[in-house]
Design a protein around this ligand. Structure first.
Ligand code: GDD
Ligand code: MG
Length: 291
């Protein structure tokens, strides 16, 4: 069975104040935890066996998701005794992996076509396939140079402006063969971006890049978090269909005089009082009172 490891180790310091008391992956997007969207995306492609790699136990995550049964997936929580870096975190989960597997950065909202990625990887007999997406400013990402066949020539993490040769960056999704993990030393910090990928390329291993044109958003800052909501509410993510104008959680009380326009999502237990106007696109969290 196909498995995926999601890296959920990040503190989300750039997403404060949202992440003061909430782990980054539990921050709500359209009123459900960010991570739940990622899990739905995996499940839609038949990937039900999901490993959550983290370095401190997020109690709220375990409380909400449990073993995943209510979402129809199997969740395994794997803890590092200290932050092991991106590849080190996967090494720490190695005993749960057997065949080809996916790795996902846990802070990216991406309409991922896992099925097409796996087909691409298999057809090319790739050892490691890195998914790419175009961005305006590649300097805050990992830049990936490829040849005309899509084979990766160079991986450069956080390049200086003068080093940037392409706007295609590492989108934070990999398809990997289990034997590449032999190169990752156990119980020490190790990075996919700065160590494993450059190492595979130096040894001439087949590393390929799959270019995705699908919706992609790094949710790392409050501005991008807000933009993600606008995009989803305005239907700019193809894989995400909101089929109703107003979606309201249970136990809400909306006075008949309340006027609504545009797309509105109302959390559970909300109260909208007489003559309130709700102008979408709008998401109201749980237990809010609008006067
Ligand atoms: N378990 C665990 N342990 N997870 C970790 C650790 C760790 O020690 N370090 C980082 N992570 C997780 C983060 O929570 C995040 O989900 C993911 O790994 C990537 O780490 P970031 O710290 O968010 O890296 P970045 O955003 O600067 O860059 C990465 O993402 C870009 C795309 O957004 C790189 O992969 C870039 O190459 C890429 O372009
Ligand atoms: Mg990030």
């Amino acid at each position: 069975m196909l498995k995926a490891v999601i890296l959920v180790g990040g503190q989300g310091t750039r997403l404060r104040p949202l992440t003061c008391n909430t782990p980054k992956s539990m921050v709500p997007v359209l009123n459900i935890p960010f991570l739940e969207h990622v899990i739905w995306n995996l499940k839609a492609h038949g990937i039900n066996d999901i490993i959550l790699a983290q370095h401190h136990l997020a109690a709220s995550m375990v409380q909400y998701f449990g073993d995943g049964t209510h979402l129809g997936v199997r969740l395994t929580y794997v803890m590092e005794d200290a932050p092991r870096g991106t590849a080190g975190a996967v090494k720490n989960a190695e005993k749960h992996l057997d065949g080809t597997f996916f790795v996902l950065n846990g802070d990216i909202f991406h309409d991922r076509d896992f099925t097409a990625m796996l087909d691409f990887h298999t057809q090319r007999r790739s050892k490691a396939t890195i998914v790419l997406t175009p961005v305006d400013d590649p300097t805050v990402y990992g830049v990936v140079e490829t040849d005309s066949q899509g084979r990766v020539k160079r991986f450069l993490e956080k390049p200086k402006r003068e080093e940037v040769t392409t706007n295609m960056i590492n989108a934070g999704t990999y398809v990997l063969e289990p034997d590449v993990m032999v190169r990752v030393p156990p119980a020490r910090k190790f990075s996919f971006e700065r160590e494993l990928f450059p190492g595979l390329l130096d040894s001439g291993e087949p590393v390929y890049a799959y270019s995705s044109q699908n919706y992609w958003m790094d949710t790392g800052t409050p501005e991008k978090y807000l933009q993600l909501h606008r995009d989803l509410l305005d239907g700019r993510c193809d894989g995400y269909k909101l089929d109703r104008q107003v979606i309201a959680g249970k136990d809400r009380r909306i006075h008949p005089s309340v006027r609504m326009s545009g797309r509105v999502i109302i959390g559970e237990g909300c109260v909208a009082e007489k003559d309130a106007k709700l102008n979408g696109p709008l998401v109201i969290g749980a237990q809010c009172r609008i006067g």
